[in-house]
Design a protein around this ligand. Structure first.
Ligand SMILES: *[C@@H]1O[C@H](CO)[C@@H](O)[C@H](O)[C@H]1NC(C)=O
Ligand SMILES: *[C@@H]1O[C@H](CO)[C@@H](O)[C@H](O)[C@H]1NC(C)=O
Length: 320
C-alpha cells in the first residue's frame, strides 16, 4: 500500500488514536456520530453480511485488443466547463450554478438519498467514499462546503448493473420511469469505458447518478483486484488489494465486511476500517481538525458552522 500522505508523525498519531485496533474505538464516545446516531433504532453500526464480491461476470465486455480500439476512447461524462464550480455539473442537465446555501444542500441531500435508496432496493452493495465518507464520519451528513458526492462499489456489481439498469431514470421514492416520462428525476448512467484501464484518465468516473433538474451528480467508481500487468503498471497489486482507476487502493479487510450505518437519514454502508481509509486519503488531521473551509465544528450541535467573516474584513468591504 502506498500511504504517501502519511508521514511518520501522523502514523504515530494514528497509532495513538487507534489503541487496540479500530474496532475498540467504536465503542467509545470519541466519534461525533456515535452519539448522534445512537438515538435512532436504524442507526447502529454493525457489520453487514456482504463478503467481497465474486470475480467479474463472464459477460463483462473484453478489454480492447488492438491499438485502433484503444484510440476510440473519448471522454464520456461532459461537464459544462472547467472552472471549479462548473466541473460539478453534468452538461446535459446543467442550468445554472447553485450557490452554497439551502437549495444546494437540499439538492445534494435528495441526490444521495435517491441513490442509496435505489441501490438498497436493487440489493447492490455500495459504500460512501472520499469526501462523502468524511462527512459521514463527522455527523452522518454532507459537509456544507462539499460540491459533489462519491460512492464506490465493486466492479462486478457495476457489470451487473450495466446489463440490467444502465440509463434508467428514477424518482426519489425509488420507482423507475422510462426516459421522458413524468416523474423521472435521477439518471443512472454507466460509462461505456468503465471496464477499461485508466488510459489518459478522461474516464476515471465509471458511472454517475445525475439529478436531471440541477445537473449535480454522485460520482460512482468501481473497485477491483487489478493485476500488476494491467494498464500502465500503476494498477493494483493483485489479490487482496482493491483499486479504482484513479489509483486509490484498499486492502480487502479495509472495506469488507461493510458496516451498516445511516447517512443523510437513510441506510448506507461504509468501509469496515473507515478511519484507516480516511487517514490514508486525507491524513489524521482530517479526523481531528475542527476548522475547515471557513467552517468550525460545533461540538454541541454536532454540525459544521460557518465562521463569520472578521469585522475588519466587513468594514474594509464597506469602505471599498
Ligand atoms: C412507487 O411505487 C409504490 C409501490 O408500487 C407506489 O405505492 C407509489 O405510489 C409509487 N410512487 C410513484 C411516485 O409512482
Ligand atoms: C449506458 O447507456 C448509455 C445511453 O444509451 C450509453 O451511451 C452507454 O454506452 C451505456 N453504457 C454501457 C456501459 O453500456
Amino acid at each position: 500500500m502506498r500511504y504517501t500522505l502519511l508521514t511518520t508523525t501522523t502514523l504515530l498519531l494514528l497509532l495513538l488514536l487507534l489503541p487496540g485496533g479500530t474496532t475498540s474505538l467504536l465503542f467509545k464516545p470519541t466519534f461525533p456520530f456515535i452519539s448522534l446516531f445512537s438515538s435512532s433504532s436504524s442507526s447502529s453500526i454493525t457489520p453487514d453480511p456482504f463478503r467481497p464480491p465474486p470475480q467479474p461476470l463472464p459477460t463483462t465486455p473484453s478489454p480492447p485488443t488492438t491499438k485502433e480500439e484503444e484510440e476510440e476512447e473519448y471522454k464520456y461524462f461532459i461537464e459544462p466547463g472547467t472552472s471549479e464550480s462548473l466541473t460539478h455539473y453534468d452538461a446535459r442537465f446543467f442550468a445554472s450554478v447553485l450557490p452554497l446555501g439551502p437549495l444546494r444542500t437540499q439538492a445534494l441531500h435528495s441526490l444521495i438519498k435517491s441513490y442509496l435508496l435505489t441501490l438498497t432496493s436493487l440489493q447492490v452493495p455500495t459504500w460512501l467514499a472520499h469526501g462523502t465518507l468524511l462527512g459521514w464520519f463527522w455527523n452522518g451528513r454532507i459537509m456544507p462546503w462539499d460540491w459533489d458526492l462519491d460512492v464506490q462499489l465493486s466492479s462486478s456489481s457495476l457489470s451487473q448493473l450495466s446489463l440490467s439498469h444502465n440509463y434508467t431514470f428514477w424518482t426519489l421514492d425509488g420507482n423507475m420511469t422510462r426516459e421522458g416520462e413524468e416523474g423521472g428525476r435521477y439518471l443512472f448512467d454507466i460509462n461505456p469505458f468503465y471496464d477499461r484501464e485508466r488510459g489518459e484518465g478522461v474516464n476515471v468516473i465509471d458511472a454517475r447518478w445525475v439529478d436531471t433538474l440541477t445537473g449535480l451528480f454522485v460520482d460512482i467508481t468501481g473497485v477491483k483486484e487489478r493485476d500488476e500487468t494491467e494498464g500502465d503498471g500503476e494498477g493494483g497489486e493483485g489479490k487482496g488489494v482493491w483499486s479504482c482507476k484513479n489509483w486509490h487502493r484498499y486492502h480487502t479487510r479495509e472495506i469488507w465486511p461493510l458496516r451498516e450505518t445511516v447517512f443523510e437519514g437513510v441506510k448506507a454502508r461504509v468501509p469496515w476500517d473507515f478511519e484507516r481509509v480516511l487517514a490514508a486519503e486525507y491524513g489524521v488531521k482530517a479526523l481531528v481538525g475542527m476548522e475547515w473551509e471557513g467552517h468550525r465544528w460545533d461540538k454541541g450541535m454536532k454540525e459544521w458552522v460557518r465562521i463569520p467573516e472578521p469585522e475588519e474584513t466587513q468594514m474594509e468591504k464597506e469602505w471599498s
